[in-house]
Design a binder for this molecule. Structure first.
Ligand code: BV8
Ligand code: ZN
Length: 250
């Protein structure tokens, strides 16, 4: 039985399915990945610019990166991978998507039961954490009229509502994601190089709890040796193929 058929069989029989997605799921929407050859922006790496220290040092430069990414994402549309996952969360009980990406494409594809691990590039909050601006709010202005944008409540600068390297994830969000990894029958990790923690640890939680683990990625990753089944392929092709296989077996 081929890899795809094995994956379909496991998914068909699964009660609960948890899917961790990374930048590879948005690649077909024209959004550069972080560590691919098209991922570099002005030759900077996410680990050096997506940090509170970089923002403290040069908020304008960091905002130039986010303003550029927001402009790329604004023109992007959800692709077949987002559409399949969105429909699975709507039409099938027990399906949870854990998103590492901050681009909001899962939401635009109608995903329900979605856990946003690293926040949202479409939200901002006050860098000075003033009482009125300490919680994230939606700001879809592209391009920003000035960089860095200013807090409307206190005049301090505003930061993107994402989790940077060196910043802890929201405890509640991480607990929810860990539970979804530990309580599922099948764990799918799609389009992620599995190098960023704690997200990359979720597949190990799932495996440790007895879930059948499947990776969908054109390349090998840090997780490939751990998973039960590594399906070599693109998310926007493999997920629709799995979906067709599930529909034909109903
Ligand atoms: C924390 C939001 C603790 C920002 C992001 C040393 C060792 C181990 C860990 C660490 C270490 N030093 C530091 C750490 C911790 C650090 C970390 O893991 N660093 C890594 C780099 C080693 N983690 C953290 O700092 C986290 N916080 O640990 O806090 C703490 C506790 C208490 C108090 C204080 C601190 C926070 C991590 C969150 C960082 N924020 N994003 C933003 O986006 O602007 S992470 C960023 O990377 C994105 O979210 C992205 O999603 C994520 C992971 O990248 P991928 O999604 O995997 O993307 P990548 O380009 O790497 O890979 C793409 C994949 O797609 C490839 O495999 C490719 O083959 C594949 N692909 C391509 N095309 C397709 C495809 N797949 C399918 N279909 C296709 N068509
Ligand atoms: Zn403020």
């Amino acid at each position: 039985m081929g890899d795809l058929d094995r994956a379909i069989e496991r998914l068909r029989r699964a009660g609960r399915i948890t899917i961790l997605t990374g930048a590879g799921v948005s690649a077909a929407s024209g959004i550069p990945t972080f560590r691919g050859d098209d991922g570099l922006w002005k030759k900077v790496r996410a680990e050096t610019i997506a940090t509170p220290e970089a923002f403290q040092h040069d908020p304008k430069f960091v905002w130039e990166w986010y303003d550029w990414r927001r402009s790329v994402i604004l023109d992007a549309k959800p692709n077949a991978a987002h559409d399949v996952l969105g429909r699975w969360t709507r039409e099938r009980a027990g399906v949870t998507v854990i998103a590492q990406n901050v681009d909001g494409l899962h939401e635009r594809a109608g995903a329900e039961r979605l856990i946003r691990l690293h926040g949202s590039i479409w939200h901002v909050r006050c860098w000075a954490r003033c009482s009125a601006g300490r919680e994230d709010w939606l700001d879809r202005t592209v391009p920003q009229p000035r960089l860095p944008p200013l807090c409307p409540h206190c005049g301090a600068i505003v930061r993107p509502g994402v989790v940077w390297f060196g910043e802890p994830l929201d405890r509640g969000v991480l607990a929810e994601a860990t539970l979804a990894a530990e309580e599922c029958d099948v764990f799918l990790t799609v389009g992620t190089s599995s190098v960023v923690y704690p997200a990359a640890g979720l597949v190990h939680h799932a495996k440790h709890q007895g879930a059948f683990t499947i990776e969908i990625n054109p390349d090998a990753t840090e997780a490939s040796a751990q998973v039960d089944l590594a399906v070599r392929g693109k998310a926007e092709e493999v997920l629709p193929a799995l979906d067709r296989g599930l529909l034909s077996r109903e």
